[in-house]
Design a binder for this molecule. Structure first.
Ligand code: GLN
Length: 279
């Protein structure tokens, strides 16, 4: 192999996943870009390269066992920044960028910084992005100490001021007041397990995907009730949701006492965000 175009084609040829060609090409491109700094332009220009095939092959073997490319690389991009990830945290998804974008859009900076809380922070991607974009006072909790270690590392690397705490929202009531509460809780039900891709099922943390006891609405009920009591006047609650439960989650918010509730769709037209205000 003498040039980057040949290398790219060979990597694509050796990746043996059931995904569509475009998906495999994007995995190959990510690998070459993040590990060897070979980008799309280098490939098109057939830039000469000197690489040991053995090293590349060990990555391809991991890809072929369905390990997500983000865990193999140890990083992924979210809202314009690179976050460290490992198998203790859910890989940040593009849908979650919508949640962050909408919160930013609706949070007008006032005289005092807004106090915000992220419940089930995982890699910290939501909390850190909001802290950096809005200069708010950000707290974030998670039940997993290993996830919090990743989140803290991300906050340090990205110079975000976030106060992380180990806490289980299902058993530890909130004691402080907030202007904004956000959560992307586990929301996949057991019967949806069969339709989940094997790379997600085999490698991503199940506590971040499946609510205990198989009630996909459990976290929404608990968080909505707690938010009602702890949000400041004019405060808002934001959820990422399972696309099949939009209406039920809106109902949960109304019955918890939220006055206005809105359901938003993601870029593929699926119900993905519910938010509400106390008035
Ligand atoms: N969006 C994730 C998925 O489809 C699930 C995230 C969650 O459970 N909060 O795999």
């Amino acid at each position: 192999m003498t040039n980057s175009k040949e290398l790219f084609s060979e990597v694509v040829r050796r990746i043996n996943l059931p995904e569509a060609k475009a998906e495999i090409e994007s995995i190959a491109l990510l690998l070459l870009e993040k590990k060897w700094n070979i980008n799309r332009t280098d490939i098109l220009a057939q830039k000469p390269i000197q690489l040991e095939w053995n090293e590349i092959d060990s990555y391809i073997q991991r890809i072929n066992t369905h390990e997500p490319i983000q865990y193999i690389l140890g990083e992924t991009d979210f809202y314009g920044r690179s976050f460290r990830v490992n198998s203790s945290v859910l890989i940040p998804r593009p849908e979650t960028e919508l949640l962050v974008q909408e919160i930013i859009h609706h949070s007008k900076p006032g005289a005092n910084p807004l106090a915000m809380l992220d419940i089930g922070t995982g890699s910290g991607c939501i909390a850190i992005s909001l802290a950096l974009e809005l200069k708010c006072t950000m707290k974030a909790i998670d039940v997993s100490s290993v996830a919090l270690a990743v989140a803290r590392e991300n906050a340090t690397r990205l110079k975000a001021n976030v106060h992380f705490m180990e806490s289980d929202i299902l058993s530890d009531p909130l004691t402080e007041k907030f202007d904004v509460i956000v959560s992307n809780p586990p929301y996949i039900s057991q019967h949806e397990k069969q339709s989940i891709k094997s790379n997600v099922l085999k490698y991503e943390p199940h506590t971040a995907l499946f609510p205990a006891g198989d009630d996909p609405l459990l976290f929404y009920r608990v968080i909505a009730a707690q938010a009602k009591d702890t949000l400041n006047p004019n405060g808002s609650l934001w959820f990422e949701i399972n696309e099949h439960h939009g209406k039920e989650i809106c109902e949960i918010m109304y019955s918890a006492g939220f006055g206005t509730v809105e359901l938003l769709k993601d870029w593929s037209g699926k119900d993905r965000v519910v938010w509400g205000k106390i008035i």
